[in-house]
Design a protein around this ligand. Structure first.
Ligand SMILES: *Cc1c(COP(=O)(O)O)cnc(C)c1O
Length: 429
């Protein structure tokens, strides 16, 4: 307890004035118990907390810090921009520069619009898809997260072919009825939904690699199959690449899997740690947006110069050093192998899913391919694992349904340290 004395005190103060003491629920440690750790600073692969403890960080702000914390080119870009004023609500050149760079890095997009979060990007992409197709319903996959806008806070209704129901108070039944839930990695299920709702579906939105029910890669040909189904049914395919964009490859999942989406959403890495989201598509679709098209979308701080400077610096680094993606993949594979060996040795039932620099340890004996298999993981084991790792100075996400984000700032000694910690923790599971 002494170890987190100051964090505990800060949390108590925060709880008085912020609901649950946090500005985003998963930070509160509700799924694992205990008191959240208050960060003082971070550098490279390390976090430093308010009590002077340090941790190797496997969350990295839930993805953005792909090159490590306080990465000098990004920090300097923000400082230099801030000196010139922080927001104007008027166009600035840096917006065009980051747009040009993003379009050059990613296959298959002509235009991009910047917003302030992944939530906004996905919400706006769906509105655009509805406006463009003049249809109302959308299909999403159970266990995929697309931010907290109403249309996405939906759970499966009764019967596979019926519409969804709200999974948060405040989301209306009216909204819920336009969102249909499909099973990840199950093309047959998607086709059933399309056939049962002929000419009513505007779009299918998907995380091309699911990362919000732990990491779940798509089965071979699943994304390609979705592409074909969408084409056949005149439905737009939206890739939510908020997590995978500029992480799995320069061009994200579209490049990695060689599947082209109609609209792509970005967030996290694209902002280099500042609040940025974006959505992009071919010209014909993007020109449907205000001020040249009928679909309204706006933002006082959208394209904010600090955010754009951070994002531009980050994308420039990734664009100039494509070997980063190979390096990340190799480090993640090394970590996977090491974790797997020590968990096996200690006879801990587990499945590790990995792709690129995303990884997750599911405490489940079978393969984890969708939401139903993800929730079968042993949450009691996860809680002990989380606190054990934390005690060893390894910070993983405080929920079994989150992905580990590997940063290039981790070196092999850090990975060995993590594997050795896992070995000690596994003995106590
Ligand atoms: C994080 C995330 C979002 C939401 O982004 P915010 O910036 O938190 O609003 C949307 N989709 C996916 C796939 C995400 O991982």
């Amino acid at each position: 307890m002494m170890r987190y004395q100051r964090s505990s005190a800060l949390f108590k103060e925060a709880e008085k004035v912020i609901p649950g003491g946090v500005n985003s629920p998963v930070r509160a440690f509700k799924a694992v118990g205990g008191t959240p750790i208050f960060v003082e600073s971070a550098k490279g692969a390390y976090l430093y907390d308010a009590d002077g403890n340090d941790f190797l960080d496997y969350i990295n702000s839930w993805g953005p810090m792909i090159l490590g914390h306080a990465y000098p080119p990004v920090v300097n870009a923000v400082i230099e921009k801030a000196k010139k004023g922080t927001s104007f609500g008027m166009p600035t050149e840096i917006e065009t520069k980051i747009a040009e760079l993003a379009i050059q890095m990613v296959p298959n997009i002509d235009k991009i619009r910047f917003v302030n979060s992944g939530t906004e990007a996905c919400m706006s992409a769906v509105r655009l898809a509805r406006g463009f197709t003049k249809k109302d319903k959308i299909i999403k996959f159970a266990g995929c997260y697309h931010g907290h806008s109403d249309s996405f806070l939906i759970q499966a209704g009764s019967g596979a072919i019926t519409f969804g129901s709200p999974n948060s108070p405040g989301v209306t039944k009216g909204t819920a009825k336009d969102t249909l839930l499909a099973t990840y990695n199950d093309l047959g299920n998607v086709e059933e939904l399309l056939l049962a709702n002929k000419n009513e579906i505007a779009c299918i939105i998907i995380e091309p690699v699911a990362g919000n029910m732990g990491c779940i890669p798509p089965k071979t040909e699943f994304l390609e199959g979705l592409r074909h189904l969408c084409k056949a049914h005149n439905v737009l395919l939206i890739f939510d690449e908020v997590m995978t964009g500029f992480r799995l490859a320069r061009g994200g999942a579209q490049e990695l899997f060689k599947v082209q989406a109609d609209i792509v959403c970005y967030g996290k890495v694209i902002g280099g740690g500042l609040p940025v989201g974006a959505f992009a598509a071919r010209e014909e679709i993007m020109n449907f947006l205000a001020p040249i098209g009928p679909v309204y979308q706006a933002g006082t701080l959208s394209g904010n110069p600090l955010a754009m400077a951070a994002g531009f610096a980050m994308l420039t680094e990734l664009n100039n050093n494509p070997s980063i993606f190979t390096s990340l993949k190799e480090k993640t594979a090394y970590l996977h192998k090491g974790l797997s060996e020590v968990l096996h040795k200690n006879q801990i039932i587990h499945t590790i899913n990995r792709i690129g620099s995303m990884l997750s340890v599911h405490f489940f004996e079978d393969e984890v391919i969708d939401f139903d298999s993800a929730v079968k993981g042993n949450n009691e084991t996860f809680k002990k694992f989380f606190h054990g790792m934390l005690n060893e100075g390894i910070y993983i996400a405080p929920s079994a349904f989150e992905t580990w984000f590997i940063t290039d700032a981790l070196n092999y000694a850090d990975l060995d340290k993590t594997i050795a910690a896992c070995n000690r923790v596994a003995k106590s599971l």
